[in-house]
Design a protein around this ligand. Structure first.
Ligand code: XLS
Ligand code: NI
Ligand code: NI
Length: 437
């Protein structure tokens, strides 16, 4: 380990809601028991390597503003320095997990061989970091979108040689993720979409993507990786249209290609917003269809229509999501990754820590609100009551397949069925939820 990179930052303590210390947690209390489980084990928070240690503040209009010492070049020495800094931050924040792409951690070098060697080198050092700090790998992923070879897609590229390159990167990263004891492997198809339909064969590209994912599933089985494969839906950006648009679209895709049961979802708050959904909708859809995997907790800005990747900072945005997760029995291999970066003007090392402290506190506070809602039970009861009719009589008969269209029509014609309007009670339920926020 080299000298500390963040000497002015202490190990962040839990100091309670009344604390005024900006370098302390007010709600995130790792060992606090919530419904019989440690808070840390519910949330399974992960720090992301790319935004926290590779982002230099550049945007489409301006250059780098944040200059970490490891950004001075693209050598393997710089990669080592970045790794040491990352593990120092993981430890100081007490984060149980981290996530990374292949190219976040190492330079791609001048050949495929060099790329693979660099990755193996860093994986060894990562294994040592994991061993030393106890901060484990939530998920690994391959970057199949930055390099110019992927400009027309990775698996959906018109050129099969690009497909092969994507296979090379995913094979290596899946192996590394497995070696490091990663809990999931994520596939985000940033370039798997189109800019114009004029040059695009939709059916062909969908079949290519289906084939690619089947190869990933086969390789996972071959190496005995026990983690979960996850697709991260996003509707657009960088492409005009991305094939993994939202949870429901990915669901249909998995069914069409016989991949249901093999792949689950990594849902990102900001991507849900871009797709025109509430994040809660995406989470509810995933839970209802057995697709709940993991989360990227970064939010957008309501005034900006792109993926601004901001740390969550309002527990009310997370409380209902966590309520649903708790109701569904909690996360298994998944967690909450901060796919978030600090702002372009946040050029001090402390800013990186403030972002994470705020995000962790937001999730913790949302979890406590969710716990209180579950303990109260009124919201769940209101929903159960609303569907009570399906427990007996005609409702139960329909579900038990004891009614036909004809038998139901006869009942209505005989006047033995008489629907009574009932309030949906939206305002009352909104007020009820507000009591916990
Ligand atoms: C981009 C995505 C990306 C994935 C990992 O919008 O969120 O960061 O999480 O490739
Ligand atoms: Ni994103
Ligand atoms: Ni993401």
């Amino acid at each position: 380990m080299s000298a500390p990179f963040f000497p002015q930052i202490p190990t962040i303590p839990f100091a309670g809601p009344d604390s005024r210390d900006p370098l302390a947690f007010r709600y995130y209390d790792a060992d606090r028991m919530v419904m019989g489980k440690r808070m840390a084990d519910h949330l399974r928070i992960a720090i992301c390597y790319w935004h926290s240690f590779c982002y230099g503040g550049a945007d489409p209009f301006g250059q780098q503003t944040i200059h970490w010492p490891w950004m001075a070049g693209h050598s393997i020495e710089m990669a080592d320095m970045k790794l040491d800094a990352a593990f120092e931050a993981f430890e100081k924040l007490g984060a149980p997990f981290f996530c990374f792409h292949d190219v976040d951690a190492v330079p791609a070098g001048n050949s495929a061989r060099e790329f693979a060697e660099n990755l193996n080198h860093i994986a060894e050092r990562m294994a040592a970091g994991i061993e030393r700090t106890g901060c484990r790998l939530l998920w690994g992923t391959a970057n199949l979108f930055s390099h110019p070879r992927y400009m027309a897609g990775a698996a959906t590229n018109p050129d099969p040689e690009v497909f092969a390159w994507a296979a090379f990167q995913v094979r290596n990263m899946l192996d590394v993720t497995h070696r490091l004891g990663g809990e999931n492997y994520v596939l985000w198809g940033g370039r798997e979409g189109y800019e114009t339909l004029l040059n695009t064969d939709l059916k062909r590209e969908s079949d290519q993507l289906g084939r690619f994912l089947s190869l990933v599933v086969e390789h996972k089985q071959k190496i005995g990786f026990k983690g979960t494969l996850l697709i991260e839906p996003k509707p657009c950006e960088p492409t005009k249209h991305q094939y993994d648009r939202d949870a429901a679209t990915v669901h249909a895709f998995l069914q069409r290609h016989g991949l249901e049961g093999e792949i689950k979802l990594n849902l990102e708050v900001n991507h849900a917003t871009l797709a025109g959904h509430d994040f809660e909708h995406e989470v509810a859809y995933a839970i209802a269809n057995g697709l709940l995997g993991s989360f990227d907790a970064n939010r957008g800005d309501p005034r900006l229509g792109w993926d601004t990747d901001q740390f969550p900072n309002d527990h009310r945005d997370m409380a209902m999501v966590l309520y649903r997760v708790l109701q569904a029995g909690g996360l298994t291999t998944g967690g909450f990754n901060f796919d978030a970066h600090i702002r372009r003007q946040s050029i001090d090392a402390a800013d990186l820590f403030h972002g994470h402290i705020g995000g962790m506190d937001t999730l913790a506070r949302g979890l406590l609100a969710a716990e209180a809602m579950i303990a109260d039970g009124q919201l769940a009861k209101a929903v159960d009551d609303r569907y009570a009719g399906w427990q007996c009589g005609v409702g139960a008969n329909v579900l038990d397949r004891n009614e036909s269209l004809e038998s139901l029509a006869d009942k209505v014609a005989q006047g033995s069925v008489d629907p009574q309007p009932r309030s949906g009670r939206q305002e009352a339920l909104e007020n009820l939820v507000n009591r916990f926020l």
